[in-house]
Design a protein around this ligand. Structure first.
Ligand code: SF4
Length: 309
């Protein structure tokens, strides 16, 4: 019988003590275990950065790729073997900066995969430069001056790019993150989970204490769960364009709440045909036999040559 420890490796973990990455790693392992996924049926892809080490620590197939390039490689793997559960892992600099183009287009295709982004507002591995999600005017301890440009909003960007499951969670709330990851993995289509992650080494603004609201007069936590205020981001009828637009607008509006209160949870979810299902309409064998199991060596290519000559 599969146990949680079957998803762990013996690779030495050199993340800084207290890093939020540990919470994300635990949540990924717990989600895979609770979904009863066999390790050999899961593949994890990463880019460069502290988050890039994740595949080393999860006992599944894994590929530590290049900066910002986790998504195209994950896409190729999923297309070649649609039976795989594909999870891509990146950082906010890696995914929303260097890999921003891939981030947009992966959502547009609605390929069935999950993208987990460690969002700590800095480039941790390279000494804490500001990343694309650091708000304008903020200055972390390794910056000589405050950021002079606005940060991007990953939730709003993902929704407008076509992701069909868009959520935010928190690295230090492992239970919540695990449940969000399970829902994202079970979702058929492109899923983004933006994870607010503490970087105690370089980000001295968005700390564990800051998320807990220690600086607020109320001393109450900044983070609250969307469902606690009756929010429902799930589209009931994907053919109802009015409902789709309404749900997108409410998700985007709520994603901009960032201050004394910050929402986490599922902002938007819709069931739409996946990229794989669209390929099936052109290649019927894709539905019955995944590409890696198709006999590509003994194909009769004569019709193709006749067509070309
Ligand atoms: Fe974590 Fe920051 Fe250290 Fe990277 S630099 S391991 S994100 S604490």
């Amino acid at each position: 019988m599969l146990e949680l420890k079957d998803f762990r490796t013996k690779v030495h973990n050199d993340w800084c003590p207290g890093c939020g990455d540990f919470g994300i790693l635990n949540a990924i392992q717990m989600a895979l275990f609770e979904l009863k996924l066999e390790p050999h049926n899961v593949a994890i892809f990463s880019g460069i950065g502290c988050s890039g080490k994740t595949p080393h620590f999860v006992n599944t197939y894994g590929f530590h790729t290049l900066h910002g390039r986790a998504l195209p490689i994950a896409t190729g793997a999923k297309l070649a073997n649609r039976d795989l559960t594909v999870v891509a892992v990146g950082g906010d600099g890696d995914g929303y900066g260097i890999g921003a183009g891939h981030f947009l287009h992966a959502g547009r295709r609605n390929l069935d995969f999950t993208y987990v982004v460690h969002d700590n507002q800095v480039y941790g591995l390279t000494k804490g430069q500001s990343s694309p999600t650091l708000p304008k005017g903020e200055r972390t301890k390794s910056m000589p001056a405050p950021a002079i440009v606005e940060g991007i909003n990953p939730i709003a960007t993902a929704i407008s790019s076509g992701y069909t499951f868009v959520a935010r969670s928190y690295a230090l709330d492992v239970r919540h993150l695990k449940e969000i990851l399970k829902a994202a993995i079970l979702h058929k289509g492109s899923a983004l989970v933006d994870v607010l992650q503490t970087c105690p080494t370089y980000n001295d603004i968005n700390t564990k204490e800051w998320y807990a609201g220690a600086d607020l007069p109320s001393k109450s936590p900044r983070l609250y769960k969307l469902e606690e205020k009756g929010y429902d981001g799930v589209v009931k009828d994907p053919n109802n364009s009015g409902e789709v637009t309404e749900k997108k607008i409410q998700a985007i509006v709520n994603s901009f709440e960032w201050g004394d209160k910050i929402p986490i949870g599922v902002f938007y979810k819709i069931e739409e045909p996946t990229f794989e299902e669209m390929i099936e309409t052109r290649m019927p064998t894709y539905k019955t036999t995944t590409l890696v199991k198709q006999d590509v060596l003994n194909r009769n290519v004569d019709p193709l040559f006749q067509y070309l000559t």
